[in-house]
Design a protein around this ligand. Structure first.
Ligand SMILES: [Zn+2]
Length: 190
C-alpha cells in the first residue's frame, strides 16, 4: 500500500556524523561533555541544505555511557543544547537511548526501533519512512534505517569497523555529510 504520509525525515546518528568520535585511552567512547564536542567540518552547511530541501532533521543516538555511569542524562541534554546553539538550530529534535546492551527495559538501543516508534507516535505522526533517510556510521544505524523502510547512507568513520565489526551494507556509502546531501539532492533532481 502506498503511504499518504507526507513528512520526510533525515535521521542522523550523532557521533561520527555530526561530531567527531572520541577515543579515550584506546577506547571508543562518545563525547561526555561540551569540551569533548568537536563539530565536523561542513556539517552546519549540509544541515541547512537538508532543511532547504524540505526534510525534518532528527538525531537518534545511542548513549550507553549514561548506563555505564560515565555521564548523566543532564550532561547529554547539555551537549544537545550546545549542538542546537552552534548549528544554528536546523535540527528539529534529539532522541537518545540511555541504556546499555542487555537491559530488559530497553526497546530503544539502535537497531531496536523504540526511538522511531515513540517519535512517530508522539511528535511526528505523519512520517513517510519510505521517503526518509537514515545516515550513520555503524551497522546498528543501517539496520535501524532498513527496518523502518528508509534509504540508508553509510558514512565510514573510525567507528564503522571498530573492534573488528564488519562494514555494514547500505544503499549508499559516502565519506561525509556534504556528500550525503549531494546524494539526496541528486535523487530529488534538485
Ligand atoms: Zn534504550
Amino acid at each position: 500500500m502506498i503511504s499518504t504520509k507526507t513528512q520526510q525525515v533525515v535521521f542522523l546518528d550523532r557521533d561520527g556524523i555530526l561530531v567527531d568520535v572520541v577515543f579515550d585511552g584506546g577506547r571508543l567512547v562518545t563525547c561526555r561533555n561540551i569540551k569533548e564536542v568537536s563539530i565536523l567540518n561542513g556539517v552546519k552547511e549540509a544541515l541547512v541544505g537538508f532543511k532547504k530541501a524540505g526534510y525534518i532533521l532528527l538525531v537518534v543516538t545511542n548513549q550507553p555511557n549514561i548506563a555505564r555511569g560515565e555521564m548523566t542524562k543532564d550532561d547529554t541534554e547539555k551537549i544537545h543544547n550546545h549542538l542546537k546553539y552552534n548549528l544554528g538550530l536546523p535540527i528539529d529534535n534529539f532522541y537518545y537511548c540511555p541504556h546499555d546492551d542487555g537491559e530488559a527495559e530497553c526497546d530503544c538501543k539502535k537497531p531496536k526501533l523504540g526511538m522511531a516508534t515513540r517519535l512517530a507516535k508522539e511528535d511526528f505522526p505523519d512520517i513517510n519512512f519510505s521517503k526518509s533517510y537514515m545516515i550513520g556510521d555503524r551497522s546498528g544505524d543501517m539496520e535501524f534505517g532498513r527496518q523502518l523502510g528508509c534509504s540508508t547512507i553509510l558514512i565510514s568513520t573510525a567507528a564503522t569497523t571498530w573492534g573488528g565489526a564488519v562494514k555494514p551494507q547500505a544503499d549508499y556509502e559516502v565519506s561525509n555529510l556534504s556528500e550525503a546531501l549531494s546524494i539526496i539532492l541528486n535523487r530529488l533532481n534538485i
